[in-house]
Design a protein around this ligand. Structure first.
Ligand code: PEP
Ligand code: MN
Length: 360
């Protein structure tokens, strides 16, 4: 159910409707838009009796939403969601979902302070504003590198302070999420956990934005329903991410499904990023698919980068070199202009660490 307020409705009228909805035993999700506010109603098993709400001051109409996903849907919120990260410390303001593409780059996993700082510096120089790195790694084998845990998070916090980069890192369960939300700017939920509903609900109770990766065999509807789980708990800052799905094709690790970009954009207001690193699994395919993702209208990219990928403890084969990141950024910058979007400029080559942070 969706309550569409009149354009001239006052904040008090919006609040009164939310209170009424809550009194009826449901949850109210006010979604302010450019023209008017819509209030999503969840927690109802059947149809909500619209009568009493329809008559309240400021209410335009009460609509029954027939799709299984509601809060993620454009029916509830027509305007594109732009997630804003306000200026803070050495980090300048950044957005995901706006005109500037959100570029996230960094190693698969945080392996040491030296590794993270070396890569972090190059990521900042490339113009990217977000640094990725796993401190908790969901590995296929229990004997593979599992991540550095809280020590890895602390290293990433240092990368943020030194280079003015926002931190994106994965939580694999509610215990790691507790630590991740204290250090990170964006909580990543990985493909393997896309349908871990208790983890999704826990992320929905966090104050930090959530990057939700598509499960490796998830349909579009399952993907959107996973985002709905997060939003239903009150966290509306959800970023979707296509990272490839399993198919019969074996020339790549996964098959990157770029057609999901326009499909998502038709149905949902949430931003969608593309991960061409896990989507292909091969270094030589990362840049071409990054270019294609930008051309297809992605709101940004998440890229694995390593200065010494042969020695990487995970995903070295798909990690590009820092010089390749610079080239990728430059190419995507040019493609983005066709779509009236932007990729942030690289920092001057000679700038030192303090200047890199100051440029942010
Ligand atoms: C990752 O980003 O390092 C990762 C494990 O991704 P995915 O969940 O898409 O496999
Ligand atoms: Mn990886």
């Amino acid at each position: 159910m969706l309550v569409v307020m009149k354009a001239q409705a006052t904040p008090e009228q919006v609040r009164a409707v939310c209170e009424k909805v809550e009194k009826l035993g449901y949850k109210a999700h006010p979604m302010p838009g450019a023209q008017r506010t819509a209030i999503g109603i969840t927690g109802n098993t059947g149809t909500v009796e619209p009568g009493t709400i329809e008559e309240m001051p400021g209410v335009g109409e009460v609509i029954h939403v027939s799709k299984p996903y509601k809060l993620v849907s454009r029916d509830v919120k027509e305007d594109q969601t732009i997630i804003t990260f306000p200026r803070q410390g050495n980090c300048e303001e950044a957005t995901i979902g706006g005109a500037e593409l959100g570029i996230i780059a960094g190693p698969c996993g945080i392996e040491s302070r030296e590794q993270a700082l070396a890569i972090g510096e190059r990521v900042a120089r490339s113009g990217a504003k977000f640094f990725r790195g796993g401190a908790y790694k969901p590995r296929t084998s229990p004997y593979s590198f599992q991540g550095m845990g809280v020590d890895g998070l602390k290293i990433m916090a240092e990368v943020r302070d030194r280079f003015g980069l926002r931190i994106v890192t994965e939580a694999v369960d509610s215990e790691s999420l507790f630590h991740v939300e204290q250090y990170a700017d964006v909580i990543q939920i990985g493909a393997r956990n896309m349908q871990n509903f208790s983890l999704l609900k826990r992320a929905g109770r966090s104050k930090k934005p959530v990057l939700l990766k598509r499960g490796m065999s998830a349909t579009l509807e399952e993907f959107l329903m996973a985002a709905e789980y997060i939003m239903s708990e009150g966290n509306y800052n959800v970023i979707l991410c296509e990272r490839g799905v399993r198919t019969f094709a074996d020339h790549t690790r996964n098959t990157l499904d770029l057609s999901i970009i326009p499909a998502v954009q038709r149905l949902s207001h949430l931003p969608i990023l593309v991960d061409p690193s896990h989507g292909t699994g091969k270094r030589n395919k990362v840049t071409p698919m990054a270019r294609a993702a930008v051309a297809a209208g992605a709101d940004g990219l998440i890229i694995e980068v390593h200065h010494d990928p042969d020695k990487a403890l995970s995903d070295g084969n798909q990690s590009i070199y820092p010089d390749q990141l610079d080239a990728l950024m430059s190419e995507c910058r040019q493609i983005a202009t066709i779509l009236k979007r932007k990729v942030a400029k690289p920092l001057p080559a000679k700038s030192n660490e303090r200047e890199i942070a100051a440029a942010r």
